[in-house]
Structure formats: C-alpha cells, structure tokens
Design a protein around this ligand. Structure first.
Ligand SMILES: [Zn+2]
Length: 192
C-alpha cells in the first residue's frame, strides 16, 4: 500500500509536468485521436483535484473504467507519466468515440517521445525498435508545430500500422485491435 504522502507527492509532480511548457507543445493527430493544446493542462488540473484518481502499485496504466491512474513509484520517469496521462487525456476529451488500442498506444508513445525531445532527453520507449521511429516521428511533429501555430500534424496511417506491428510482436504483446469507447471523466464528483 502506498503511503498517502507518496500519493500526494506524485500528484503534485504529475500536476507540474502536465502543466509544463513542453506539454503545451504536444499536439498531433493519430487516426481519430486529436491531441491539442491545453489538454494536458486540463488533465493536470483533474489529477490535482482528484477528478482522475491516483494509485501507486505494481503497474503502469490508466484504467478508463475506474478512472484510476496507476504508477509503480512516486519517482517514476516523467516520460512514463506523460505516456499514461495521454491515455487519460484521450479518454477525457474523446467521449463517446470508439478508439483502437493501437491508436491509443501510438499517441501515448508519440507524446512521451515528443516530451523527451522537447526536454533534450533520450527517447527510450519500452518497445524494441520503436525508439528510432518514434524519435524520427517526434522530430517531424516538433518541426511541423514550430512552423504551424494552427493545424495538427497527421501521423501517416502506414507508419502507425508499422509501429503497431512492433508493439504487437514485442514482449508486451499489445492487443492493438481492441476497441474501447471513451467514457470521459466525472467532473468535480469524487466517486470511488
Ligand atoms: Zn500505453
């Protein structure tokens, strides 16, 4: 069981990271997912207010059915935080949409890679051979965003499918074809 002070520490850290300048620069389109400016700010606030619940346990995941974000440590890497919070961002902002898990994961890996690039850190995702491709894609998105204040970089579907194949065939055995309806988060109501 995580101590309450560890949860509070993690909550503040996540709030700071999601409201950072780098997270404001994360925006792109993958399949039917649009990540836009201020979405991470919104989820950062939701986590600070416990509208998205936090847990520390032996997992790294956001469960949209319970609206609980679970991380394995209070000092988990910022890239892991950005990855898992991207799943929460999509669930909160794409209510009613049916989204393939492969698109969800592509968006989450791209977001964490973009965050790493914007903070001069190495892109090191947990799927073999995906690092280099994510690094290249993140560089393209960063370049596009620097030139276009409006509009979203659209990830090429062929590139997305290649990346999904890497995820599916990796040790993670990601079920890329699973489809989930995004249910949103209950604003201001604490139900747990
Ligand atoms: Zn993920």
């Amino acid at each position: 069981m995580a101590r309450p002070c560890e949860i509070e520490y993690l909550r503040k850290r996540i709030g700071q990271i999601l409201k950072s300048a780098a997270c404001l620069e994360i925006r792109f389109k993958v399949a039917n997912i649009c990540i836009q400016r201020f979405m991470y700010t919104y989820i950062g606030d939701a986590i600070l207010k416990d509208d998205v619940h936090l847990d520390i346990a032996d997992a790294r995941q956001y469960d949209h059915t319970t609206n609980v974000l679970t991380l394995d440590s209070y000092d988990v890497a910022p890239t892991v935080i950005v990855h898992e919070c991207t799943h929460a961002v999509i669930n909160a902002t794409h209510v009613g949409k049916s989204i393939r898990n492969g698109a969800h994961e592509t968006a989450a890996y791209l977001a964490e890679s973009l965050w790493a690039l914007l903070n001069d850190k190495d892109v090191a995702v947990d799927v073999p051979h995906l690092d280099q491709r994510m690094y290249r894609l993140a560089k393209e998105v960063k370049g596009f965003n620097a030139k276009n204040r409006m509009g979203l970089y659209e990830v090429d579907p062929a590139e997305q499918h290649f990346m999904e194949a890497l995820m599916r065939n990796s040790g993670n055995r990601t079920d890329v074809d699973r489809v989930d309806v995004q249910v949103g988060i209950p604003n201001g109501k604490k139900k747990r």
